[in-house]
Design a protein around this ligand. Structure first.
Ligand code: TYM
Length: 339
């Protein structure tokens, strides 16, 4: 390492994931796999965002195990508490406090324009305010740590634009405080399609494969995946360029095997079921080490608790410094009136 590199502080990155049990392939390719590779280059803060998750109205009794299962996924894929800060959002109360303060600089119109808000709002007769304010909490997550960049999938881009706007507005009104955070969106993994061909793989759509699923379960899911819609009969030649199963081979199958699959599909020598079997086998094989580590953490849950406790402690230190500065700048320091 050169002297310059040693003296330059690492840039900080923050990212979050909602706890809905173990991570799926979309979370993994769009986020987790990239996060693991960033741990040496950046000062990393990874958060399980349970305060966000309550806006979807899930069963409170399931929340603790959903958080635990996601923490197991984090550790199993190689997020490393020695190199990263890993914690649960509700353990650091400054997130919700800063979100409230950001209400002061966020126009309601900006929130109403969010496409995720518009999508989610359709499902309610009376829309909970938390769904509208969701991106303010996301801005608070990121800016509490003054993160320079945020690695996410494409679906988060608009929320990150709002985060940048909140930072700009806050800085203009209260003085330079927050960085204008950059989104880091993977070019080829920004939007992993659902196995059903839906534009997004998402647990709520039931079109995912869990990264810790056992091989039979991976097959059960991959077996149902849609392929080239024009390949109706076994003898029809296929078009790998429009097939999502072939797209997934890109991440799990060696190049020369992929070339063979491509040729076999075009010539109809290889059928869709066999092609899916190869993919399913390769997914299960490449995640085998994760399943093994997950088993370890499930058998030693106190190790997971210790990681999250220590992560929360580290996060709170940074968060409380930012909040002191924010409260002072916003005039929330009445003791100053007393000489
Ligand atoms: P969430 O929990 O829906 O997803 C977590 C991460 O996984 C990515 N992702 C995908 N990437 C590619 N293709 C897919 N099909 C796919 N599905 C999910 C997401 O883009 C995301 O990076 N609002 C956020 C959580 C959040 C957050 C934050 C993120 C709260 N605070 C601060 C970044 C910074 C969410 O619901 O992600």
């Amino acid at each position: 390492m050169t002297e310059i590199q040693q003296n330059t502080p690492k840039k900080r990155i923050f990212s979050g994931m909602q706890p809905s049990g173990e991570a799926h392939l979309g979370n993994y390719l769009g986020a987790l796999r990239r996060w693991v590779g960033m741990q040496d280059e950046y000062d990393c803060v990874w958060c399980i965002v349970d305060d966000h998750a309550i806006t979807s109205g899930g069963d409170p009794a399931e929340m603790p195990s959903s958080v635990f299962d996601l923490a197991v996924s984090f550790l199993a894929v190689g997020l490393d508490p020695e190199r990263s800060t890993i914690f649960v959002q509700s353990d650091v109360h400054e997130h919700t406090e800063l979100a409230w303060l950001f209400n002061a600089v966020t126009p309601v119109g900006d929130l109403e324009r969010m496409t995720q808000y518009k999508d989610k709002a359709q499902h309610f007769e009376s829309i909970p305010a938390g769904i509208l304010n969701y991106p303010i909490l996301q801005a608070a997550d990121i800016l509490l740590y003054k993160a320079n960049a945020v690695p996410v999938g494409e679906d988060q881009r608009q929320h990150l634009e709002l985060t940048r706007e909140v930072a700009r507005k806050f800085n203009a009104r209260y003085g330079e405080t927050f960085p204008i955070t950059e989104p880091l969106i993977g070019e080829d993994v920004g939007r992993i399609l659902g196995l059903d061909g839906n534009a997004k793989m998402s647990k709520s759509l039931g079109n995912t494969v869990g990264i810790l699923a056992d091989p039979d379960n991976v097959w059960d899911k991959v077996r149902t995946a849609v392929t080239d819609p024009q390949r109706v009969r076994r003898d029809d030649p296929g078009r790998p360029e429009v097939c999502n199963v072939f797209a997934l081979h890109r991440f799990f199958t060696e190049e020369n095997a992929r070339e063979e699959i491509e040729a076999g599909c075009r010539s109809a020598e290889l059928g869709c079921v066999d092609c899916k079997r190869i993919l399913s086998g390769n997914i299960a094989t490449s995640f085998a080490p994760y399943r093994e580590r997950a088993t370890h953490y499930r058998e030693h849950p106190s190790e997971v608790r210790d990681v999250l406790d220590q992560g929360a402690e580290k996060a709170r230190k940074i968060a409380s410094e930012t909040m002191q500065e924010v409260r002072r700048k916003m005039g929330l320091n009445w003791r100053n009136a007393i000489p």
